[in-house]
Ligand binder design. Structure first.
Ligand code: NAP
Ligand code: ZN
Ligand code: ZN
Length: 348
């Protein structure tokens, strides 16, 4: 059984320390790949802090993994040794239920449901452990092929942040002539701005302040507003066809809904610990839609990565060592990351 170095936290205080974990030998249809880079998603932080319910510790988070295949099972035909591959939020599902067959494996209803990359239980009965590690064994069907056109150290965030924005932008038909607002420009938001702009939309960023305005315009936005400015709510009233909120803290949904045109939609992908409140009048007055969206399936994730490679969508990352994970969590919470921390696992 391959043993790999990893970084884990033993409790909700999120003090990460070096440890060793055991991965299973790849079965006939499985691949072992050496993780080179792993992104830190705010969902890792919510989970590690126990904000979404009870968490099993020790926890090795990480669901934005980019690496190189070093071992393949006898029946593997999707990838070869030496290929660049990635894994996102899940590593397996039943493949037979209605949702799996529709390419929405993230909503698997079969036995065992969607098996999340960490914090779940794998088919081998062992707890799953994520990308803050030097290697992982995965079923080949749950791998994403990583195009060479995207720098290797910057590609990992697309595997969660990228698909989480791409999927609703596609589903809501964003293209030339669509007015889109991205609310919150962190890890998810800064990729969303780029993808929406490349789809041809007119993109506005709504951030807490104007501190990141120059970056937002560089990512492809044409307008940038601060929610802290009392004039913003009025200035943006009835402006957008689609808004995607990536805000990781409690926010005022009624204020955002008021910025939608008649029939417009607010898709919330941010999942803070605190429950959100909503005045139903905010929806009814304007035929507005409030929707959610959870990552995307394997085929759509591959489509998204190919789109990003073709259109030059590249996450802006800060590379950190394993010892810097603990400090990085606080900086993400304080919106100080520009724009995704990516752990270089060779530093373990
Ligand atoms: P992130 O890098 O921390 O970005 C979140 C952004 O939210 C911040 O950059 C900030 O934007 C804004 N924000 C934070 N605190 C705020 C506050 N108190 N008031 C107003 N705005 C605030 O996090 P992320 O990795 O992009 O993830 C964002 C959220 O999406 C998290 O809740 C995460 O769990 C969730 N998520 C959901 C899915 C899904 O499938 N639905 C997938 C991945 C992540 P500004 O700096 O621009 O103000
Ligand atoms: Zn994530
Ligand atoms: Zn299924």
């Amino acid at each position: 059984m391959p043993e790999v170095l990893a970084f884990a936290t033993d409790d909700a205080s999120c003090q990460f320390h070096r440890t060793t974990i055991t991965r299973r030998e790849p079965g006939p249809t499985e691949v072992f790949f050496e993780v080179a880079y792993a992104g830190i998603c705010h969902s890792d932080i919510h989970t590690a802090k126990g904000e979404w319910g009870p968490t099993t510790y020790p926890l090795v988070p990480g669901h934005e993994l980019a690496g190189i295949v070093t071992e393949v099972g006898s029946a593997v035909n999707k990838v070869q040794i030496g290929d660049r591959v990635g894994v996102g939020c899940f590593v397996d599902s039943c493949r037979a239920c209605e949702n799996c067959r529709a390419g929405q494996e993230q909503f698997c209803t079969g036995p065992g449901r969607t098996i999340w990359t960490y914090g779940a239980r794998g088919r081998d009965g062992l707890p799953t452990a994520g990308g803050y590690s030097q290697g992982i064994t995965v079923e080949q069907d749950y791998l994403i092929r990583l195009p060479d056109a995207i720098p290797f150290e910057a590609v990992a965030p697309l595997l969660c942040a990228g698909i989480t924005l791409y999927s609703p932008l596609k589903r809501w038909g964003v293209g030339p002539g669509t007015k889109v607002a991205i609310v919150g420009m962190g890890g998810l938001g800064h990729v969303g701005v780029q993808i929406a702009a490349k789809l041809g939309a007119e993109v506005t960023v709504i951030s807490q302040s104007l501190a990141k305005e120059a970056d937002g315009l560089r990512f492809g936005a044409t307008h940038y507003y601060a929610m802290s400015d009392p004039a913003t709510r009025k200035a943006l009233r009835s402006s957008f066809d689609l808004m995607i909120s990536t805000v990781a803290a409690d926010s005022n949904l009624d204020d955002l809904l008021g910025m939608l045109r008649v029939g417009g939609a607010l898709v919330d992908v941010g999942l803070p610990e605190a429950p959100s409140t909503l005045r139903l009048g905010s929806l009814i007055g304007g035929n507005r839609v409030l929707a959610g969206s959870q990552i995307g399936g394997i085929a759509e994730t591959q489509e998204m990565i190919n789109f990003c490679a073709e259109h030059g969508v590249v996450p802006q990352v800060e590379i950190i060592s394993g010892d810097e994970i603990t400090g990085a969590y606080d900086k993400v919470i304080n919106s100080q990351v520009r724009y995704r921390y990516v752990i270089d696992t060779s530093t373990f």
